[in-house]
Design a protein around this ligand. Structure first.
Ligand code: NAP
Ligand code: HSE
Length: 440
């Protein structure tokens, strides 16, 4: 019988424990797919005494994952520790330098050290597989790398963080608070060890950096991404979105523009009738606009143990076949260092929620500043405030009330400049809320 692929698994948390269970459950199918058996030899985590739902005594235990990476009876190291540096980085570096294949779900690591690690893997002629690093169970890496060579991709966008989509969905549909939803996402194993990465948009940015490289044949450049998270989204924004025919999603967008590749992550108003608006809960969706296929959308579970382990196991089976693919679709020295488009040049529609002092001339003052910046308003809506009306039936009380503007296409620079002037004029009581609009 062919020699088994001997695997070492570093990290036995949400994803690692699921990988062990699936490798056991699907043993026969995985052997068929990989052309040889896959055998877990070694495991590593911090706490040996933790109950992980399987018998640890079947495997060699390592307290330190870096030692596991050097073990002579391991051919393929599966890194599921997490974190851009520290133990995860040292484990992957050690494994690759010892000419061992690596499978990882660690997008933070790849976004920061992807080029260096890819070069190391290439020099050693081994695989560095990372299907599980983006969009959980959706095979987006394979799709971009293997299924679309006939295409020139112009735009790629999507919901890339399950935790944020889960939070926004439940806040809107069930009226729960941000903190309640986040707590549930953590309990269900969707969130990162530090959930700031999820809610402040960094996790989406790490994933977008990887997808941009694959889609456009460029070097990973996570630093170039404009990032905003969802922590500033207020229940009022969700209500206003509904009233105006939108839904709020945290999107990652990478797009070819005249000034370079624009990469941005931010909460986005999408038309309520659009297909991306229907993607709810922990589900992710990635849409690719390309010349031959026109539009391709992949939808599936974006986080969680089994969904992510599904992608990890697919990579392990690929490694077993011995088929080593160029990591980002091309040899590393052929990846372009593409110019990145500055966010100030971004052009699109905007939702702007101002908290204005309720008095005569305020709406006119806001509209004047918008007109001076050459921004055309599609709609302007002042919500009636019971408190303000009770205080002063003539509307001169200065009580803070929401004023919502929807603009036609405008540049980020002009919006920022108009808002600076509106703030300087003393028309608003709180910093403005700005959410970009993306129409399909
Ligand atoms: P997790 O539940 O926090 O598990 C992390 C595991 O790594 C734990 O078993 C922990 O040991 C071990 N570990 C942490 N630091 C260590 C160290 N210094 N030395 C040895 N072991 C260490 O994380 P996870 O959710 O499974 O995520 C793992 C990776 O997959 C991350 O890169 C994450 O971004 C990625 N990912 C996760 C998901 C998801 O839905 N959860 C989806 C896609 C990608 P103990 O158990 O002993 O504490
Ligand atoms: N924390 C991540 C998410 C895990 O919620 O999408 C999947 O990468």
């Amino acid at each position: 019988m062919t020699r088994p692929l001997r695997v070492g698994i570093a990290g036995l948390g949400t994803v690692g424990a699921s990988v062990i269970r699936i490798l056991d459950r699907q043993n026969e199918a995985i052997t068929q797919r990989g052309g040889r058996p896959v055998q877990v030899m070694a495991i590593s985590a911090r706490d040996r005494s933790k109950d992980r739902g399987f018998d640890l005594s079947h495997f060699t235990w390592f307290d330190n994952p870096v030692d596991l990476a050097g073990a002579t009876d391991v051919d393929c190291v599966v890194e599921l520790v997490g974190g851009a540096d520290g133990a995860a980085l040292e484990t992957v570096r050690r494994a690759l330098s010892h000419s061992k294949h690596v499978v990882t779900a660690n997008k933070a690591l790849l976004a920061k050290h992807g080029l260096e690690l890819a070069k190391l893997a290439e020099d050693k002629g081994v695989s560095l597989a990372f299907e599980a690093s983006v969009a959980g169970g959706i095979p987006i890496i394979k799709t971009l790398r293997e299924a679309l060579p006939a295409n020139r991709i112009s735009r790629l966008y999507g919901i890339l963080n399950g935790t944020c989509n889960y939070i926004l969905s439940r806040m809107e549909l069930e009226g729960l608070t941000f903190q309640e939803c986040l707590k549930d996402a953590q309990r269900l194993g969707y969130a990162e060890a530090d959930p700031t990465f999820d809610v402040e948009g960094f996790d989406t940015a790490h994933k977008l950096a990887i997808l941009t490289s694959l889609a456009f044949g460029t070097q990973i450049d996570a630093e170039a991404i404009y990032v905003e998270g969802i922590s500033s989204i207020a229940p009022l924004d969700l209500t206003m979105a509904k009233e105006l025919g939108f839904r709020i999603k945290l999107l990652g967008v990478a797009e070819r523009t005249k000034t370079g590749i624009e990469q941005r992550v931010h909460p986005t108003m999408v038309p309520r009738t659009s297909s991306i608006a229907q993607v709810m809960g922990v589900t992710n969706a990635v849409t690719i606009d390309a010349d031959a296929v026109r539009e391709l959308t992949l939808i599936g579970p974006g986080a969680g143990g089994d969904a992510t382990a599904s992608a990890v196991v697919a990579d392990i089976a690929d490694v077993a076949t011995g088929n080593v693919q160029p990591l980002f679709g091309a040899p590393i020295d052929q990846l372009e260092k593409a110019p990145r488009a500055p966010m100030q040049r971004h052009e699109g529609g905007y939702y702007i929620r101002l908290t204005v002092h309720d008095r005569p001339g305020v709406a006119a003052g806001v509209a004047t500043r918008m007109a001076e910046a050459d921004i055309s308003l599609e709609s302007i809506l002042q919500k009636r405030s019971e408190t303000a009306a009770n205080k002063d039936p003539h509307g001169r009380s200065g009580t803070p009330v929401p004023l919502v503007l929807i603009t036609y296409a405008a540049t980020e620079a002009s919006i920022r400049s108009a808002l600076e002037k509106i703030t300087g004029d003393g028309l608003i009581a709180e910093p403005p809320q700005v959410i970009r609009i993306e129409r399909e």
